[in-house]
Design a protein around this ligand. Structure first.
Ligand code: PXG
Length: 459
């Protein structure tokens, strides 16, 4: 559909005058004359108001798994809005799409994960996790089990609970976070924290850090461990082989609940419906969002195990928690249709057997670039570490943490949206991306690295 005829300079002026965008430096944004206005999108490409076509190497914000411009999702929303635009789940009531989506998710989660609680965002899903887990332990007669163990650079959202569970120092530094009862241990970031060390041995060391902390705070006080199967916003940290098996075994050893945050990894990203299935472990709670509706409408969910629900049913009384939009029927209808599309088009298998391996192969073309340290990917998520000295993990002096955004800006100028995280760029394209588009991504990144090298070296 063609974009409407917007007055882009005026929109940018109004953006500065009235709009406070998410996670932005407002002074810088004002000095730059406002945000880039994105007006439409199709397939894997977004278009800005100046008429630039930008290949979306980030699937929106790690979420538009089925790509843009899906008429079926528009129709699913419109039909549900006509029939029933809203009803809540507070008054012992539910709506057909909500019940059907819970059933579908139970099928996809499989095993003991047969129950689903709905929310609107990944952050809210993790607030639900925190409240449900603590309620569970109280109901079970172990009220001292309140502590969550998480990891440095984890991202679990931006609400008070989400940002506390997360391990982002700059978020905590804004004040008052993390709230009490959250412990952070090292992340399994081999390139930065285990360079030169055998990868599996490093993974074992990172898992051991979790057990050490459990013993330090007392296992009887620990409620749960939470982790993303592959850390996304933390820089696409793919854990070494054996890491998740070790974490799972540690949780079982001390009777601690395992929460795997599938907000990014869920719905095909790693070539499996959920990341935990790829890594071969079975968590107790599974927050998910983003790819659940491919971002077409806000919706999130928490998959919950039979054991947890059995305790809540027997001894929990009322679970005094929920949101106005828990199980929103329109969002649920869109999520159901989105899952139907992923199934019908075999997108999960496509990532596993086709585009995932193709992406990994294509990335290898950047291995000879003097600026690339490590290039890693799993399914359709990947990262490129930018280094000052080939063969090392040394960063550019004076720009510690800044090389990523510099390369990212060059990529955007050249027509590719990627995300710059500290000294890396990360990629997370729609699952429908074509081979030709992957080739174009790699070309643009290669060209952008060549363009910025002199500026990086001059810093
Ligand atoms: N868990 C994970 C693993 C996430 O990636 C959330 C929870 C929170 O979801 P909501 O819907 O509340 O945003 C996320 C979100 C980034 C970036 O900087 C990443 C996310 C959100 C915003 C920015 O890459 N992930």
């Amino acid at each position: 559909m063609p974009a409407r005829n917007y007055d882009i300079p005026e929109l940018r002026r109004l953006d500065v005058a009235h709009h406070l965008p998410a996670q932005a430096n407002y002074g810088e944004l004002q000095a730059n004359g406002g945000s880039r206005i994105i007006v439409r999108a199709e397939g894997s490409t977004i278009f800005d108001g100046e008429g630039n076509a930008i290949l979306d190497g980030m699937a929106g914000l790690w979420c538009v798994n089925v790509g843009y411009g899906r008429e079926e999702l528009v129709r699913a929303a419109a039909e549900q809005m006509q029939e029933l635009p809203f009803y809540n789940t507070f008054f012992k009531t539910a709506t057909p799409p909500t019940v059907m989506l819970a059933t579908k998710l139970a099928e996809k989660l499989g095993g003991k994960l047969q129950h689903v609680f709905f929310n609107s965002s990944g952050s809210e899903a993790n607030d639900t996790v925190m409240r449900m887990v603590r309620h569970y332990w109280r109901a079970k007669g172990e009220p001292n089990r309140t502590i969550f163990i998480s990891r440095t650079n984890a991202y679990h959202g931006s609400t008070v609970a989400g940002a506390s569970l997360g391990g982002m120092k700059h978020m905590h530094a804004m004040g008052g976070l993390p709230i009490p009862g959250v412990e952070h241990v090292m992340q399994p970031y081999h390139f930065n924290e285990g360079f030169g060390e055998d990868e599996e041995a490093f993974g074992a060391r990172a898992a051991q850090a979790i057990e050490d902390r459990i013993l330090k705070v007392g296992p009887e006080n620990v409620a749960a461990f939470i982790g993303e199967p592959v850390q996304g916003a933390g820089g696409v940290i793919i854990p070494p082989k054996g890491y998740w098996q070790r974490v799972d075994a540690i949780c079982k050893k001390y009777g601690i609940l395992l929460v795997m945050d599938e907000v990014i990894c869920g719905f095909g990203r790693l070539g499996s419906w959920f990341g935990f299935q790829h890594f071969g472990v079975e968590p107790d709670l599974v927050p998910m969002a983003k790819g659940l509706s491919s971002g077409y409408l806000p919706i999130s969910a928490v998959g919950v195990s039979e054991e947890v629900v059995a305790v809540l049913r027997e001894k929990g009384g009322e679970f005094v928690h929920g949101y106005t939009y828990s199980g929103h029927p329109v969002s649920a209808a869109v999520a159901l249709k989105n899952i139907e599309i992923i199934e019908r088009e075999g997108l999960v298998e496509r990532v596993k057997n086709d585009v995932g391996p193709y992406f990994a192969e294509a990335l290898k073309r950047l291995e000879s670039d003097p600026l690339t340290g490590e290039i890693r990917s799993l399914g359709l998520i990947g990262a490129i570490e930018i280094v000052a000295k080939k063969g090392t993990n040394e960063r550019f002096t004076g720009t510690e943490g800044k090389a990523g955004p510099i390369v990212r800006d060059a990529c955007i100028r050249n027509g590719l949206m990627v995300r710059g995280i500290r000294d890396s760029i990360v990629m997370c394209p729609p699952l429908i991306i074509t081979h030709a588009e992957i080739d174009r991504m790699i070309d643009i990144i290669g060209r952008s690295l060549r363009e910025v090298e002199p500026a990086l070296r001059a810093l």
